[in-house]
Design a protein around this ligand. Structure first.
Ligand SMILES: Cc1cc2nc3c(=O)[nH]c(=O)nc-3n(C[C@H](O)[C@H](O)[C@H](O)COP(=O)(O)OP(=O)(O)OC[C@H]3O[C@@H](n4cnc5c(N)ncnc54)[C@H](O)[C@@H]3O)c2cc1C
Length: 289
């Protein structure tokens, strides 16, 4: 279907982009367009104007700085895939980007768009929750940093305010003894998840000193599974702890019956994927010790 007509703006700075958003309450930001344009074509979104971010310099790139891996919001999935830094030091992020859609989509889709779209089926929100990442937003009242745990307020909704633009994602810098993994079960390659699980762990002297566990597509937003994290922290990462974490993650899931399976089935998938992701995260953390 052809989308209804809309105005198009391509500002070359953030202030102008923010001003355009405030002046047009029905406007939407355009990043890679791989969620927004399909929604417009199905007439699920009918923005009166698009504010294209692609001409604004400085919004993409991947670097370590000030104790964080800083990812510009306009960084494309394919750039994460090609980044030696991400591939060698951030296995949870590397796992995640590899299973998002297909190479054609990944060439255009941006990390910021994936997070800001807040689709419960998108893969980055759970990964960012498991990392304990934060998001930098720029808007009419300046810049602020938002914890991932505060960012997702509902399906397709975030705490970004009118005129605010996500500019950067900050993942805590990988240190010795840290490791993570993303396990996704999909009906076919390139599909959204039936369910997926992100696990990040920090080892200290053979025990788990910190853990992040979060779930994709089994609730209205990505879900941080606090009880699963608690089951891991303080343990030696043995089978009993992994089983307890897997049970807790399944209990935290809140799926519905749909064409991807029944709610009971999805909870069972979460249990299995949590065990696998935790086991892989631990192996990687031990390797990085
Ligand atoms: C066939 C297909 C399969 C897919 N499969 C998957 C999958 O398996 N897993 C997955 O995670 N995703 C999947 N996607 C979604 C894809 O990864 C999206 O592109 C991505 O989620 C959104 O990024 P984008 O840059 O395309 O954003 P856009 O579509 O341009 O924007 C999405 C939304 O975010 C807003 N937005 C964008 N950038 C910003 C910003 N910087 N600040 C504030 N708001 C912003 C926009 O206004 C819009 O509302 C799939 C898409 C397609 C077409």
């Amino acid at each position: 279907m052809i989308p209804p007509s809309f105005d198009y703006h391509a500002p070359d700075n953030l202030e102008e982009a923010s001003r355009l958003l405030l002046a047009n309450p029905e406007a939407k930001l355009l990043a890679g367009g791989h969620s927004l344009i399909p929604m417009m074509r199905f007439r699920l979104a009918e923005p009166a104007a698009l504010v294209d971010l692609r001409k604004i310099p400085g919004l993409s790139g991947i670097r370590e700085e000030g104790g964080s891996l800083c990812i510009g919001a306009m960084t494309r999935e394919s750039e994460l895939e090609k980044s030696d830094l991400v591939q060698s030091r951030y296995p949870l992020l590397a796992d995640t980007t590899r299973v998002i859609a297909d190479p054609v989509v990944r060439n255009l889709a941006t990390v910021g768009g994936n997070v800001a779209h807040a689709d419960p089926g998108n893969d980055h929100p759970a990964t960012m929750l498991a990392y304990g990442a934060s998001f930098v937003a720029s808007g009419p009242s300046g810049q602020r940093t938002i914890a991932a745990s505060d960012f997702f307020t509902g399906p397709f909704s975030t705490c970004l305010e009118d005129g605010e633009i996500l500019t950067e994602i900050r993942v805590p810098e990988a240190g010795p003894g840290s490791g993570g993994a993303y396990q996704k079960f999909e009906r076919k390659v390139g599909d959204y998840a039936v369910a997926a699980v992100a696990v990040q762990v920090q080892l200290d002297g053979g025990r788990i000193a910190g853990a992040g566990v979060a779930l994709t597509n089994v609730g209205l937003t990505a879900i941080q599974a606090g009880a699963a994290e608690a089951a891991l922290v303080g343990s030696d990462g043995g089978d009993a702890a992994l089983d307890a974490a897997a049970q807790a993650a399944a209990a935290a899931a809140d799926p519905t019956d749909d064409h991807r399976g029944s709610a009971d089935y999805k909870r069972a998938v979460v249990r299995v994927l949590t065990h696998r992701a935790a086991s892989s995260a631990l192996a990687r953390a031990r390797e990085a010790s």
